[in-house]
Design a protein around this ligand. Structure first.
Ligand code: FUB
Length: 665
């Protein structure tokens, strides 16, 4: 006994360490339609809401190792997943392995459908497994402080419970009931410790004839529901069915089907129902990634609705599943909401099914619709599409439906033809990129329409154009790691009649910069949005953070200016030093010419027709005083793409970064 205990303790320790490593290492996010997990099989999905997140406790089908029955269920461990939006799932790694169950066969491969509930500050994970001694299945409990684990398995299985598919319902008064399947569906009350039955168990009465397993019980609006996979007479594979009662252990009144049999003869289905953020969802499984073998399954989700009398509306399986897809994610349109006649899907690689599918639009007019795409992060940008074709073709991406407004039109040109999207690889996957013509508002539906001969599409993804600069954040900024100053108050460009930059001589520039364009030109610390009048131009100051070390004044002018070429830019920033900083030099570059003033003193003039080069000109030694310093510049350009960059360097040429940029007028 002592030896056994010691063995168990070291195994448990090893498992805890392993679990900890998994917690650290395997936190992989996947974006999902149906099926929801893309890199492993996930059967029998039990979903629970803990701490405002949905946690998914599926069983984990694996290909059977040599020596195991190849055509049967094979499961050696459990993973837990979580999601806050039902589209991105994080795999928290393995939480329990058959090798770590003290009472289980270390090579039983029988870790079938589990459940997990929270009570008295602990998470109780219930799982079936093959016992070390004897045949069949027993059910065990593993306990954790967090839903992600680590879980410590109890040393014995639950006495008086032989079977599979445990499920626990905790009633409003805290009483917990365990249901499982073994010679019919059984149920019994659990003790307060959650690891033992209070007394015996009973068969759930009132359920229909025919094979049943996988009970999932829950309570909604004072009514008890017992839901279960059930084989209808003459149909031969499982539906999901349900019964209702006024009491947690029945007797039950059979109500009918929640989901009909799979249309591909996948024999099992197994499920859970959960309410999350005001919507009920059905989690179930299907052999999406294993079409030839129905014992390797994948979790899926659909919305569920209840009728006023509490009965459940039948749910249809979809590929699209639930949740909103961000336009900036890869949108797998083969997981469509609806399609026109003739559209099919196919695996990208039949020997590696986790690589997913693509949609085949066979002819002009064929379409694929994908609902619920959130465009709110796209301002103006382009779309990237992975597609292939055997002949020149083209397709459009439209808003809402096949008749909707065109978001983008893409052309595939094959076989050495020329054209804007020339590709010479007939039948090969290619990534096409094209600017969008129109960005739908908020969340909308997409429709991809074939406008020529057959086209295959794997995914599409929207991207924003680089914005170059964004409105400054509310907090103070720092120079970047290289010391470049990226926070600036920029005035919309003042129009200049400059045909050629050869005029940028020292004298010409001094005269141009000395001219009075607006009031308080050399002392103003404007507010963001403040307006100035220069001649007949009404110009606005903008407080911005540049996304690049060089401040792209041309792009600023494109967005905010009244002209892009022939411009004079005024810029000012405030440097806040915790201490005086001696012997620094201002190092600047600009396209075209520029003048720089520190605390109202001219410190540098970059003259001539310049390209912007980092540290192109250097000032004399300067002192940045303790507290606020004002750095101002004017950049003037004729036909070129205006930009500028500036930083301070110390005596050794290292960037000076020990100050903040805190622009408060
Ligand atoms: O996953 C193994 C078994 O298949 C489950 O325990 C049953 O409910 C069925 O889904």
């Amino acid at each position: 006994m002592l030896r056994y205990n010691r063995q168990r303790t070291s195994k448990q320790k090893a498992m805890k360490q392993l679990t900890f490593l998994f917690l650290l290492a395997i936190t992989i996010a996947s974006t999902a339609q149906n099926p929801i997990i893309h890199d492993q099989f996930t059967a029998d999905p039990t979903a629970r809401v803990f701490n405002n997140k949905v946690y998914l406790f599926p069983s984990h089908d694996i290909p059977a190792p040599a020596g195991q029955r190849q055509d049967w269920f094979c499961m050696a461990d459990y993973h837990v997943f979580s999601s806050e939006n039902l589209t991105e799932w994080t795999d928290h790694g393995m939480i329990l392995s058959q090798e770590n169950v003290p009472w289980g066969k270390p090579d039983g491969y029988s870790m079938w459908a589990p459940d997990c509930v929270f009570k008295n500050g602990k998470y109780y994970f219930y799982y079936p497994n093959a016992p070390r001694e004897g045949r069949g299945f027993a059910i065990g409990v593993a306990i954790a402080d967090r839903p992600e684990g680590p879980y410590t398995p109890e040393k014995e299985s639950i006495k008086g419970v032989g079977g599979i598919d445990p499920c626990v319902l905790i009633d409003d008064n805290g009483t917990a009931y365990l249901y499982w399947s073994g010679m019919g569906i059984r149920g019994g009350r659990l003790k307060e410790n959650m690891t033992e039955l209070e007394s015996g168990s009973q068969v759930m009465e009132g359920l229909p004839e025919g094979f049943k397993e996988g009970p999932f019980a829950f309570k909604r609006e004072g009514r008890y529901y017992l839901t279960f996979p059930w084989v209808r007479k003459d149909k031969g594979t499982e539906t999901l069915a349900y019964a209702m009662s006024d009491s947690p252990l029945g007797p039950w009144q059979f109500k009918g089907i929640i989901m009909a049999e799979h249309d591909n003869r996948c024999w099992t289905n197994h499920h859970s129902l959960v309410e999350y953020k005001g919507q009920w969802y059905l989690f179930y499984h299907r052999n999406h990634y294993s079409p030839q073998m129905d014992k390797r399954r994948s979790a899926c989700i659909e919305k569920v609705s209840f009728n006023a009398d509490g009965t459940i509306q039948e749910v249809k399986q979809t590929l699209r599943g639930v949740g909103i897809t961000q336009a900036t994610d890869k949108i797998e349109i083969d997981r469509y909401s609806s399609v026109s006649d003739g559209v099919t899907i196919a695996f990208n690689d039949t020997t590696a099914t986790f690589n997913g599918w693509h949609a085949i639009l066979p002819k002009k007019g064929a379409w694929v619709k994908y609902n619920d795409v959130d465009f709110s992060n796209i301002t103006d940008g382009y779309v990237v599409v992975k597609a292939k074709a055997n002949a020149n073709t083209c397709f459009t991406i439209k808003d809402k439906s096949e008749k909707g407004k065109v978001i983008a039109k893409l052309t595939i040109t094959v076989e050495g033809e020329t054209g804007p999207f020339r590709r010479s690889m007939k039948g090969q996957w290619m990534t096409l990129t094209i600017p969008v013509e129109y960005v739908p508002k908020g969340t909308s539906n997409l429709c991809v329409v074939c406008e020529g001969p057959e086209v295959c599409i794997d995914w599409l993804q929207f991207k924003n154009r680089t914005t170059y600069m964004k409105p400054a954040t509310a907090t103070s900024a720092k120079p970047d790691a290289e010391g470049f100053i990226r926070r600036w108050m920029l005035l919309e460009p003042i129009k200049q009649e400059i045909r050629s930059n050869v005029v940028f001589t020292n004298t010409w520039l001094r005269e141009a910069f000395a001219k009075q364009y607006f009031d308080y030109q050399m002392t103003i610390l404007p507010n963001d949005g403040q307006k100035v009048k220069v001649g007949n131009q009404n110009l606005t100051w903008h407080l911005l953070d540049s996304e690049t070390y060089n401040v792209r004044l041309f792009r600023f002018a494109e967005k905010w200016g009244q002209q892009t070429y022939g411009s004079l830019f005024w810029a000012v920033t405030v440097i806040d030093c915790p201490e005086e900083i001696h012997d620094v030099r201002l190092a600047a570059g600009s396209n075209g010419a520029s003048m720089w003033w520190l605390n109202d003193e001219e410190v540098l003039l970059l003259e001539g027709d310049r390209r912007m080069v980092q540290d192109d000109g250097m000032s004399q030694r300067l002192t940045l005083k303790k507290g606020r310093n004002t750095l101002r510049c004017a950049v003037i350009n004729g036909p070129g793409l205006s930009d500028m960059c500036v930083r301070f360097l110390d005596e050794k040429g290292n960037p000076v970064t020990g100050y903040s940029l805190d622009f408060r007028p």
